[in-house]
Design a protein around this ligand. Structure first.
Ligand code: PMP
Length: 451
């Protein structure tokens, strides 16, 4: 392999990175990751760290999951590709749909539609929602409601329902008819309400107010993540998602649970919707469905929604969405092997236990370091630290300081993710107690570097 400096120089010269400023990447070259084993990654300089990011919330079973690697290799030999458009299908996608229904999706999700990733899944779900209402004779239901701080990928419909200005402003105009309500985010919200339960009630009232203001007969759907992820890991009070479900039912909106992060054990249950005891109408998945080893996604469709499409005799119920790689046989083989391992290892319980361990450890770090303004977690292996330069004023920490924390944490043995003034932790769900302790120790060293 070429040496690190050579590769970094070529990286800067030849490519752009997702979600990064090109000039920034040229000035501060990214770490070059060349190996992965267990829950650890190795960079080109031979430095090994526990991956507290879990790839990108997707490598739930770690980097050495032999059954998934073998399933991919076997499938490449048997049938490396064929499409599932109309007249053809493959055996893997059938088995996978049964597994998704029987085990992972919340009750009542009866059909699967395959995609190549999370943004695709969101796009398909938002399109299906409009089509559903048209089929039912409510063609006026075209608007989308969502939460500020929500992240729903970067295709144009997804970006339109995204609740973070960074992913929107430079791409305006986006889809008209998309409206956002405040997130149930106790640390910062327009209601100045810090109590999660009371805040959930206020946000639900704001959603109902917005539905009435827009006129329910013009709204197709409410889309939400069961736990806001990329927006900074913001778990709502347990009353929130059931409350959204009630409002959707009351006003005839479809509820889309965007479970691209939360599905398959991350929250400590098999899905975020199950975690909150909610049955969505549509559910998006991707990421950990193949343990991150192959690009793949699935939208799950409830029996009620499916029935409207399947009973249509006009032809308008035909699905006008699909990707060349929808139902890719290699991706589906990877997904079957991943889900078998996910179930066999019962990773949801470990996610809950290790999540509790990390949450307690992060709270202890907050006692020690004044820059930690908020600690969020308590629902499996999705956690965040929000850094501030002044606890009383909650002024977000500057980019340089959080960068120093990240660098020092990395040097001390853990890869963490920085998003704005948040540090996000989403390690593999097979994390051991000792690995979690390594992450906490590395963060301690990271904060010591700026104290
Ligand atoms: N929805 C959610 C909730 C996500 O977290 C993400 C990715 N972080 C997406 C959609 C988009 O997925 P992808 O990056 O696979 O397109």
């Amino acid at each position: 392999m070429k040496d690190a400096n050579f590769l970094k120089e070529r990286n800067a010269r030849h490519l752009w990175h997702p979600m990064a400023h090109p000039a920034d990447m040229q000035a501060n070259p990214p770490d070059i990751i060349v190996g992965g084993e267990g829950v650890e990654i190795t960079d080109v300089d031979g430095h090994r760290t526990v991956d507290a990011v879990g790839g990108l919330w997707n490598v739930n079973l770690g980097y050495s999951c032999a059954p998934v690697k073998e399933a991919i290799a076997r499938q490449l030999d048997r049938l490396p590709y064929y499409s599932i458009f109309r007249g053809t299908t493959n055996d893997n996608v059938i088995v996978l749909a049964e597994m998704l229904k029987a085990f992972f999706a919340p009750d009542g999700m009866e059909r699967a539609f395959y995609t190549s990733g999370g943004s695709d899944s969101v796009e398909v779900a938002l399109r299906l929602a409009r089509q559903y209402h048209k089929l039912r004779g409510e063609a006026g239901r075209v608007k989308y409601l969502s939460l500020k701080k929500g992240y729903h990928g970067t295709h144009t419909l997804g970006a339109s329902v995204n609740g973070n200005a960074n992913f929107r402003t430079q791409y305006e105009p986006l889809m008209p008819g998309c409206f956002h309500v405040p997130a149930p985010y106790p640390y910062r919200n327009p209601f100045n309400e810090t109590d999660p339960e009371r805040l959930a009630g206020l946000v639900l009232a704001a959603i109902e107010d917005e539905i009435r203001f827009q006129d329910p007969s013009t709204i197709a759907t409410f889309i939400m993540e069961p736990v806001l992820g990329a927006g900074g890991v913001i778990p709502p009070h347990e009353s929130f998602m059931p409350g959204v479900r009630e409002l959707c039912t009351k006003y005839g909106l479809l509820l889309i649970a965007d479970e691209v992060i939360t599905a398959f054990g991350r929250t400590g249950d098999w899905s975020g919707s199950r975690h909150w005891g909610v049955q969505p109408d549509l559910m998006t998945t991707a990421k950990a469905i193949t343990n991150g080893y192959f690009p793949f996604g699935a939208v799950m469709i409830s029996g009620g929604v499916a029935e409207v499409f399947e009973s249509d005799g006009s032809g308008k119920g035909a699905i006008g969405s699909g990707y060349t790689y929808s139902g890719h046989p290699v991706g589906a083989a990877a997904a079957i092997a991943t889900l078998k391992e996910t179930e066999r290892l019962n990773v949801k319980d470990n996610a809950a236990a290790r999540g509790d361990q990390l949450f307690a450890g992060l709270r202890a770090l907050q006692e020690k370091y004044a820059v930690i303004g908020d600690v969020r977690g308590g629902h499996g292996l999705m956690l965040a630290l929000e850094l501030v330069s002044d606890r009383a004023a909650k002024a977000p920490i500057d980019k340089k300081t959080i960068g120093t924390v990240q660098r020092a944490t990395y040097e001390a043995g853990a890869m963490i993710r920085v998003s704005g003034n948040n540090i996000i932790l989403s390690p593999p769900l097979v994390l051991s107690e000792a690995d979690a302790a390594t992450i906490l120790g590395a963060l301690d060293a990271g904060f010591a570097a700026v104290s």
